[in-house]
Design a protein around this ligand. Structure first.
Ligand SMILES: [Zn+2]
Length: 284
């Protein structure tokens, strides 16, 4: 069984087990979801607080351990995303960022500390993530994602979480993920507002379906400002969606995007449908 088909097999079993009502006994000759321990004692202890969730189990943990996830951007969104995915036990975590740590980053990019000033963000982030969870593999790519390298970066990944800060990068990542059939979690934050969207290429609306063109008046974080916790909320939602997509637990935020106004604490789920003329996913 290939790596990807094994992951799919495990994910289906994990999702089926998670759907079972916990206190309901198996019917007839239906097997128990977890007949044998799959994780080491150290893993059982490290992940005990998520394993105790009725929707999570050792198979879900195994799926996460087997997964390769690429986090694009090691900044305000990438910090919470990478931290939570490393903590949750994603076995192979790739971090992409071309920048070095600047003092203006530190109020919201919590993987970087003052002694890291001038250090490439990927190295600063990887050092903290390895401290957080030495059981996982952290890989670094100090490049800026663009249409020429996006396909190569996402190749072989089970999931991509886009924490970049520009429409151009998000479109390049969306196109590459759609072409390769790789699930994607998009996110963005600026000012007091943020957005999160999960994409299953060929099955649900992609980022380009929801946002066909870059807004002409799009402003950047540097222009609009942002508070650290606002980025933390959006990044945390992205990490949650990533874990849901990887394991099949919960209900993913697909076919819609979540528009978050953090000034008023209003969360609005906006329906998004696939577009027949989408350059990225219409042919899938
Ligand atoms: Zn599309």
């Amino acid at each position: 069984m290939s790596g990807s088909s094994r992951r799919g097999f495990l994910r289906e079993i994990a999702a089926a087990a998670a759907r079972r009502i916990p206190d309901q006994p198996p019917r007839g000759d239906e097997p128990m979801p977890n007949p044998v321990p799959l994780l080491s004692d150290a893993e059982l202890e490290r992940y005990s607080r998520q394993l105790v969730l009725p929707e999570w189990n050792e198979l879900a943990q195994l799926v996460v351990r087997d997964a390769s996830v690429l986090v694009i951007g090691a900044g305000a969104l990438g910090s919470p995303v990478a931290s939570y995915l490393a903590g949750a036990g994603v076995g192979r975590l790739g971090i992409v960022d071309s920048d070095v740590v600047e003092v203006s980053n530190l109020h919201r990019q919590h993987l970087h500390f003052t002694p890291d000033l001038g250090v490439p963000k990927v190295e600063s982030a990887a050092a903290k993530l390895r401290f957080l969870n030495p059981e996982i593999l952290v890989e670094t790519y100090q490049v800026r994602v663009d249409p020429t390298n996006a396909a190569g970066l996402v190749e072989g990944q089970d999931l991509v979480v886009d924490c970049s800060d520009s429409f151009a990068t998000r479109y390049a990542v969306n196109a590459a993920c759609c072409a390769a059939g790789i699930e994607l979690v998009e996110g963005g934050v600026a000012g007091w507002s943020g957005l999160v969207m999960a994409v299953q290429p060929g099955r649900t609306a992609c980022y380009r379906c929801a946002f066909p063109a870059e807004p002409v008046d799009a402003l950047t974080c540097a222009q609009l400002g942002v508070l650290g916790p606002a980025a933390g909320v959006i990044g945390s939602l992205q990490a949650l969606e990533a874990l849901k997509l990887l394991t099949g637990t919960g209900t993913p935020l697909t076919g819609a995007f979540l528009n978050v106004d953090l000034a008023t604490a209003e969360f609005v789920r906006v329906h998004a449908t696939r577009r027949a003329d989408c350059p990225d996913c219409a042919a899938l």
